[in-house]
Design a protein around this ligand. Structure first.
Ligand code: SF4
Length: 390
């Protein structure tokens, strides 16, 4: 039985619906940021590593959906709450004016049907943008099955539109949700968003999210789909949410997915999006990325014939293949060497290169500077933080 409460004050509802919105927060508590999330304030990391504090909340947790992993599923017996659009827009603006948040991340469970819930969210969105003239970042969820005209309207006001694909294939989605359809709802929703945001007058970018580790899908399948989505839909980012069981759901006894798997997927996803890697180049063991090395290092160990490369001669793409040299480092190397050749590791250290890693795979002015074996192991075993150069 679902208990719908009408009595709770706004602040208490915010605590609850903010907390519940975190069930689809990725990397919590530590992959993206060392900053702690509070019930409704979520530290999100942008493309250049800048942290924004997002007001992350559900419009409602009343849901017609019954996804096996979700705290808000219809058959789970716990109190349900809803915000009126005016109430939620006002609460957000109060926090924004206090300086406690920089942006809004608005999501919702599916109350009555997708269009009804989407319209309620959209009212909130419009109030925030039009009545309160909020100028900052808004991430807005599109619900599975929502009409395209609602997406068109949302795209005028939001900076990001997202719909969660949840799984890389239909056969995995059925293990996660009896109420979602991979092709007719989720992929179609993503494609609708893509055709809407292609128009010039629209400001929104697109993201999606997959649940990892609950349905038996492999990293290889996830990354193959990720590559297609980056290529075909120009997604800003794909989020990977490591599965964590929720009590009183059908998957409560399923083992949680290690956060390290999530991190490796993010690193591999970056290689696909920014480093010109193809999924078939990545190293997999029984379909999954190795956990002990980051995926670029694993590729480098398997391709000794490619190394060492000369730092003064290699082009941008070749430099990007070197563990420890990222996009910023590669660009700086190319810029600096136009004026004078790099001579040694000290020259490289100034250019945002993780020298301890890179030195085993490069020569500088013809000289090789490998680490000693013991140090090698220490460097390779260290877990990379996501925003360090890969
Ligand atoms: S549709 Fe599924 S994932 Fe979304 S809130 Fe409802 S039960 Fe949860």
């Amino acid at each position: 039985m679902v208990y719908i409460s009408k009595r709770l004050d706004s602040a208490s509802k915010l605590k609850i619906l903010g907390g519940l919105s975190r069930f689809d927060a990725c990397g919590y508590p530590g992959i993206f940021s060392e900053e702690k999330a509070s019930s409704f304030i979520y530290p999100a990391v942008g493309e250049k590593g800048r942290i924004s504090r997002l007001f992350k909340v559900l419009q409602t947790n009343i849901c017609e959906g019954n996804c096996f992993y979700c705290a808000n599923r219809k058959d789970r017996n716990f109190p349900r709450y809803s915000f009126k659009p005016e109430e939620l827009a006002r609460l957000f603006m109060e926090e924004y004016k206090k300086g406690s948040v920089d942006g809004l991340f608005l999501s919702s469970a599916i109350f009555r049907d997708a269009n009804y819930s989407q319209e309620r969210m959209q009212e909130t969105l419009k109030l925030v943008r039009k009545r309160y003239s909020f100028p900052g970042y808004i991430h807005f969820k599109i619900l599975p099955g929502a009409d395209r005209k609602l997406i068109e309207e949302a795209a005028k006001f939001a900076d990001r539109l997202s719909i969660n694909l949840e799984a890389p294939k239909e056969r995995y989605l059925v293990k996660l949700s009896p109420t979602k359809n991979f092709y007719h709802q989720l992929l179609k929703g993503l494609s609708d968003i893509f055709y809407v945001v292609r128009k010039k007058d629209v400001r929104a970018g697109i993201t999606t999210q997959l649940v990892v580790g609950a349905a038996g899908e492999s990293d290889q399948e996830i990354l193959k789909l990720s590559h297609q989505l980056y290529q075909n839909y120009g997604l800003r980012r794909i989020y990977y949410k490591s599965f964590s069981p929720v009590e009183e759901t059908p998957l409560e006894d399923t083992r949680p997915c290690p956060l390290l798997r999530e991190l490796r997927l993010y690193q591999a996803g970056f290689l696909l999006k920014y480093y010109f890697f193809k999924p078939e180049e990545l190293r997999f063991k029984k379909g999954n990325l190795p956990l002990n090395n980051d995926p670029k290092l694993a590729w480098a160990f398997a391709h000794q014939e490619f190394f060492p490369i000369e730092i003064n001669k290699s082009d941008y793409r070749e430099l990007l293949r070197v563990p420890g040299i990222g996009r910023i480092g590669a660009k700086k190397i190319i810029e600096v060497r136009k004026k004078a050749k790099l001579k040694d590791l000290t020259d490289l250290r100034r250019l945002k290169v993780m020298v301890r890693k890179a030195r085993n795979f490069i020569t500088i002015a013809g000289k090789f500077f490998p680490t000693k074996q013991r140090e090698d192991r220490r460097v390779n075993e260290r877990q990379l933080f996501l925003w360090e150069e890969l």
